[in-house]
Design a protein around this ligand. Sequence first.
Ligand code: PGA
Length: 266
Amino acid sequence: MPSTPGWRRRPLLAGNWKLNPLTAAAAVELAEGIRAAAGTQDQVDVKVYPPFTWLLPVADRLAGGPVGLGAQDCFWEPSGAYTGEISAQMLSGWCPSVILGHSERRQYQGETDEQVSRKAAAALAAGLEAIVCVGERAEQHDAGETEPVVAGQVRGSLAGVVADDSPRLVVAYEPVWAIGTGRNADPEHAYRTMRLVRQTVAELIGEGAAQRVRVLYGGSVNAANVESYVELPECDGCLVGGASLKADEFSAMIASTAAVYGAVAQ
Ligand code: PGA
């Protein structure tokens, strides 16, 4: 594995809160804890992705501070008869980032690459940052199919993306078997697959534009292992689930990432 290069894209630690916490008060308290930790450094972009119902109270509490806000999904149409959906236009202007194609939505809502690509195109056209998630399932990993599966997901899910989108495009490599299991991917596996993600993005939008895209690792990242990912040359941060619900632990992850990047910058 090559060593960390002397230049890096700005790292992102994104906290995906999923269907947590249960109350607005708990969401605001968590946001406050993360805001305090993020403000002690200037090396790392820190963003949180609460459930839709807590976006407004959390946005209120984060206003003017260093922590960014995002949603966990959006729909591809701007408006209309689509019960239960939220559009990219509705988020635009006050909720600048969105996670799309998370494996839990692919699993429980049956989302396809084609649907994810429509959502990504809509989000980027509305001016949002899009974090598009890809990753192989356990049986695909065990069968040695990681590379074709992930390359296919990148091609399918980013079909509508153009080079000008690259500063607002993030791809999160999240092996499904590593999500919420405590079985985080070996950094060597993560490195090889993130490198493949960037090569595949380059085929779609060109090498120069692909160099501006941030590629994250996600899957059982915590304070004890975050450094082993963010020091990888192809890794521009992490998408964090369970550990982002604990302000202390997420704060420690921010500090570790900032230390890795601070060392690179010297
Ligand atoms: P995890 O979730 O950190 O709890 O494994 C990651 C994710 O689903 O984005």
